[in-house]
Design a binder for this molecule. Structure first.
Ligand code: GAL
Length: 733
């Protein structure tokens, strides 16, 4: 990471919370993030792992004595943590010559580090006696990974996935007006990916409370169909009766606008449920002149399912919902009938400072920073996203390509895929599913094809409103997965898209991973000791390309649906093209903290309608007087004239989807560019600065909620005495 110009601080406020369900309410979604206890276990030594593998914990129900699963275990010496928590980010970097350790960012987590790869978490909470008779469910949004869960000594289950969450009904084990002890053993000795993955309970945990007759929240499926200026919203509601007797109830669905005013409601439907029976009913609501969700206007309604019994409301589940249509054809993606070229980025989920344990605010911050340079689509590479990231995409208007972790149709991965599909199929932002990424062993084989067919069928079954792709790192190959995948994904190999399209004209083509310029913000010389790559669109690994290479191919042709750049932000791990002590990637258009690199202005020029005029590099080249400097102009103007200290260096026409260069012999002073676009002029300047004298801290917002969860990003910059940002400052702050 470069600390030479700016750095970012993320400020979080700590807090203490007492979990207390409010008795009487029909449904509550109670956050359990506060006041956990944490301790490392050990993957190779049972005595350091609270006897986990030596005590006979599965022989009797409800105790697990001699281990920390035992509710009576004293955890007073354990460290206190609040969630979300990523223990990997807290560990020091280690120089171990191993590909997986390197690709995960040189943190001591994984099979080689038994003493820092098992994490135990304990949490105590109370539930009021007034709620006896209700149902309770624990909801874990994401734990990395292979987590085992116990409540009051009762084993709940195992979640292999580090990315798809898991829910457990815990009604039978719950204590009322007495401590409940929740214990989680997290085993991060195995990796799932080849990038920084973090470790621990890094997403939220909830206690859900509802009645025995209730909406099966995770099964609600809302979708819309638009006809002219009207729409029909359909909501498939599964109602569940957990009583030991049959139950009658009435269900209706409401559509509220974003101000919570009723737009329309469905007819009420009576249902009779046997004990332990689930029934799914479809309810429709006709909407006249709906406000449609789009990237530009992400309008969200709320669909609310209400259950009544004996005339009394007993449950209510609300989901934010966008009315919109998505069509994916060989000549483009159409949102509400309007062609949308996919200007996408891939992103991993970690951020500077916090690893994978992002405060919710940071999800919005990241999506907003991406939108600023014209990104309209986000690929969740290569796993189920954090729900709050998708909330941000729904709210801010960002299409999402939602990806399953592995191309595998075994029960384990089918189950993960089902959970992902059900979790996110009602979201406006999700426009396409991905069944996998670069499965080199099987993607061209019959086995790969059969697995893909099974996954595609599951996707169609659970979400007939969308289609799917697969990120293939093969060129014109039409064998295996590509024979059956509805939308052909290309990782790199941009040169093959036109030929492939010619041979398979009806199969839409999308760039699932494109570009991949490696660069270090603000640095203009390659330095393999400091692990710097020049901050221009010039260096790409052998399998990848510069931004200009792929976008000049993709931009003019509608048979390219568009593509996703690898990557939006830099991330921990994958230090290509370097190794230790380089601990993070160089692929980002934005760096680890979210500051733009020069390539940002290339994309912004061609991905937005804003006037863009950007000069690089900086103009602080002391000692290089008279030497040639390669000056780049990124702009979407018609022509640009460049000046050095008021002397014109000539005017050039700006070719579409490209940039301009001038070779300028350095002399300190002012470089100025004047752009002309459709007869209008705008300009920008670069100045040689003096030394840094001032530090400016710029918060991303001015009000921070005192709720223990809010966060603010504080960017630091340094200025000279004349108030000019000093791009070469390298002061330790
Ligand atoms: C791709 C892969 C990505 C990332 C990238 C780095 O092959 O799908 O996850 O590793 O290469 O260039």
């Amino acid at each position: 990471m470069n600390w030479h110009k700016f750095f970012t601080t993320i400020v979080l406020i700590g807090f203490c919370g007492i979990v207390n369900a409010q008795s009487g309410l029909n449904r509550e979604h109670i956050n359990l993030d506060a006041d956990w206890k944490f301790h490392f276990g050990h993957a190779a030594d049972a005595t350091k792992d609270f006897n986990y593998s030596s005590a006979n914990i599965f022989s009797k129900s409800g105790a697990a004595t001699q281990t920390c699963i035992d509710p009576k275990f004293n955890d007073s010496t354990w460290r206190k943590v609040d969630l979300p928590h990523d223990w990997a980010v807290e560990l020091p970097f280690v120089n171990v010559d191993n590909f997986d350790v390197e690709s995960h960012g040189f943190k001591p987590v994984g099979g080689l580090f038994p003493e820092t790869s098992i994490g135990w978490y304990r949490k105590s909470f109370k539930v009021s006696k007034a709620d006896v008779g209700k149902r309770f469910q624990l909801q874990f949004d994401g734990v990395f990974r292979n987590a085992n869960f116990w409540l009051n000594g009762f084993y709940l289950g195992n979640n292999q996935s580090g990315y798809v969450g898991v829910n457990y009904d815990v009604t039978d084990y719950l204590n009322f007006d007495k401590e409940n002890i929740l214990t989680v053993r997290v085993d991060a000795t195995q990796y799932e990916g080849w990038f920084y993955e973090g470790a621990g309970i890094y997403r939220h945990v909830w206690l859900n409370k509802y009645n025995n007759v209730h909406v099966a929240d995770e099964d609600v499926f809302a979708y819309s169909k638009i006809a002219g200026s009207n729409a029909t919203v359909t909501v498939e509601n599964t109602i569940s009766n957990e009583n030991f007797d049959a139950a009658n109830c009435t269900v209706k669905t409401l559509l509220l606008n974003r101000n919570n005013q009723l737009v329309r409601e469905s007819t009420a439907q009576k249902i009779i449920l046997n004990s332990k029976e689930n029934k799914t009913i479809k309810q429709t609501i006709a909407v006249v002149n709906p406000v449609l969700w789009s990237v530009e206007n992400p309008y969200l309604y709320r669909v609310v399912t209400v259950v009544f019994q004996n005339g009394k409301e007993i449950d209510r589940v609300e989901k934010r919902f966008g009315i919109r249509s998505i069509e994916i054809k060989a000549n483009g993606v159409f949102v509400n009938g309007k062609h949308v070229k996919i200007q996408g980025v891939n992103c991993h989920q970690d951020h500077a400072g916090v690893g994978s344990a992002l405060p919710d605010y940071l999800q919005y911050y990241r999506v907003q920073e991406l939108k600023k340079f014209g990104v309209n689509a986000y690929r969740t590479s290569h796993h189920a996203a954090t729900p709050e990231l998708l909330d941000a995409c729904d709210s801010l208007g960002m299409l999402v390509l939602s990806e399953q972790r592995l191309l595998n149709s075994s029960p384990e991965y089918m189950n993960q895929f089902e959970r992902l599909l059900k979790r996110d199929r009602s979201r406006a932002c999700v426009f396409l599913w991905s069944i996998g990424n670069e499965e080199g062993w099987i993607q061209k084989t019959e086995t790969g094809k059969k697995i893909a067919q099974t996954l595609i069928a599951k996707q169609k079954e659970l979400d007939p409103t969308r289609t799917c792709t697969y990120a293939a790192d093969v060129d014109t190959v039409y064998k295996g997965v590509n024979e059956v995948i509805p939308v052909r994904g290309f990782n790199y190999r941009q040169y093959a898209v036109a030929d492939y399209h010619r041979d398979h004209p009806s199969q839409p083509c999308i760039g699932t991973e494109m570009g991949s310029t490696v660069s270090t913000r603000g640095i203009y010389e390659k330095d393999s000791i400091k692990a710097y790559v020049p901050d221009q669109d010039i260096t790409a690994p052998w399998w990848a390309s510069t931004a200009e290479t792929w976008w000049t191919l993709a931009s003019p042709s509608d048979f390219w649906l568009g593509g996703f750049v690898w990557t939006g932000f830099d991330y921990r791990g994958e230090p290509t093209p370097y190794k230790w002590p380089n601990i993070n990637s160089h692929f980002g258009i934005l760096d680890m903290c979210g500051f733009p690199k020069n390539i940002y202005y290339y994309y912004k020029s061609w991905w937005t309608n804003e006037d863009v005029l950007h000069i690089s590099p900086h103009w602080n080249w002391k000692g290089k007087e008279g030497k040639p400097i390669d000056v780049w102009i990124n702009s979407n103007a018609d022509e640009v004239e460049l000046f050095l200290n008021d002397k014109s260096l000539g005017k050039k026409a700006m070719p579409k989807d490209k940039h301009l260069n001038w070779t300028v012999n350095y002399e300190p002073g002012v470089v100025k560019a004047i752009a002309t676009k459709k007869g209008k002029q705008f300009s920008t300047t670069l100045e040689t600065t003096e030394d840094a004298v001032t530090i400016v801290a710029e918060p991303s917002k001015k009000i921070l909620l005192a709720d223990g969860k809010d966060a603010v990003v504080v960017n630091i910059k340094v200025l000279d005495a004349k108030g000019r940002e000093v791009p070469t400052a390298n002061n330790l702050i």
